[in-house]
Design a protein around this ligand. Sequence first.
Ligand code: UDX
Length: 477
Amino acid sequence: METQTETTNTVRRNRRIIFFPLPYQGHINPMLQLANLLYSKGFSITILHTNFNKPKTSNYPHFTFKFILDNDPHDGRYSNLPLHGMGAFNRVFVFNEDGADELRHELELLMLASKEDDEHVSCLITDALWHFTQSVADSLSLPRLVLRTSSLFSFLIYASIPLLDDRGYLSLSDNTMALILDGLGYHDLSDNKRLEEQVEEFPMLKVKDIVKMGFKREKDGAGGMIDNMVKQTKTSSGIIWNSFKELEESELETIRRDIPAPSFPIPFAKHFTASSSSLLEHDRSFFPWLDQQPPKSVVYVSFGSVAQVEEKHFMEMVHGLVDSKQLFLWVVRPGFVSGSTWLEPLPDGFPGERGRIVKWAPQQEVLGHEAIGAFWTHGGWNSTLESVCEGVPMICSPFWGDQPLDARYVSDVWKVGVYLENGWKREEITGAIRRVMTDEEMRERARVLKQKLDVSLMKGGSSYESVESLVAYVSSF
Ligand code: UDX
């Protein structure tokens, strides 16, 4: 990881880059890691951000922050939107729809101020889901690069949503989503052969992976946003991926063949940790306990910043963990269990001596701890990649979006984990935990993948070169 000394000794370039992250933890982390990386290469950094979910600016004294889009607390378009859960995501629709004029105005001001400071604004880097920013950047002749915070393969699958719809997979979701989200996962659907079939266009996927993404082909809503995201990513000046070549080699080839804009896969977690952009306070109180546990003996359990479970599923998790008889460290965010503030549904005496429960943890540091033997995750892309970075095998319980795709790659393509694809059933949870904790071949594959990643970061390696070419490219504007 780059040290602070290296960062401060770097020659400054008189060039500024403006970043605009999507205001959710899984998107803020990689964007600020990228901003730190480009700062370490000599660029000045301005971060545009909403007031909603604003990161702790005092952790970034070397950046300039500017808050936009939701400065008016009385604006009814977003002031009544939920602050947590999936409803909080609706802001993205509002800002994509109405944000162009304000963003253009802010960018004009920043470009003017930079000129006065004898500094050049090289480009704008926005989250791919801020699709409205492409036309704004075009109108100012400002190059826009995209940060896609998920995998390359999920981008290719998202880009094929119209095709998948033509095949009938998405209308399947109308009938089956409710069942999948409700009840015990796929339990009621096990007879439905179609869901188990291979997807012709993406042979590594099963039809149920597509269904579980939960998208529809539509003009509005999530499907419409994905469609716009794909279009405006393809027309951008460049795409930065939180990934590395050796992980997604054929997908990178396809993207480089089909999209004229250059692609730069960079595994951010290997450059900077995400801890300084955490929106929640990290609990570190369990470290003395973790330090005392034998190597590779503890299951780390965490489901990211958004996912929620019903109480009956939470109880299956509890029993699955208890019956596995493994040590565990479990992150249960307040609100993770629908209808509960935190841990009310837990039985007396749980977790006992076998485990620790915390509200939020410094995840990368935990995954890098020698006591951690497996990661039970929802398969969010940051979590998946952070686990790959530390060589930790996974148990995946995906919820929606890219997560079921990530889970399929973890289990069937890279073979560094198990996909709990039949929902929340205590026996299957117990079996998966035991398998991942004891399968030495799987652990070895996870170690080899990490090794490939480490090699890619060395001088001449693919990730090293990716950073170098990104810096050269951005400097050329
Ligand atoms: C969301 C989507 O769910 C995910 O599928 C998409 O790829 C990105 O946006 P999220 O659900 O929060 O993200 O999951 P994830 O991508 O894994 O990001 C969570 C981040 O929070 C990680 O960087 C992780 O290190 C951090 N984290 C998580 C903590 O710092 N502490 C914790 O206790 C748990």
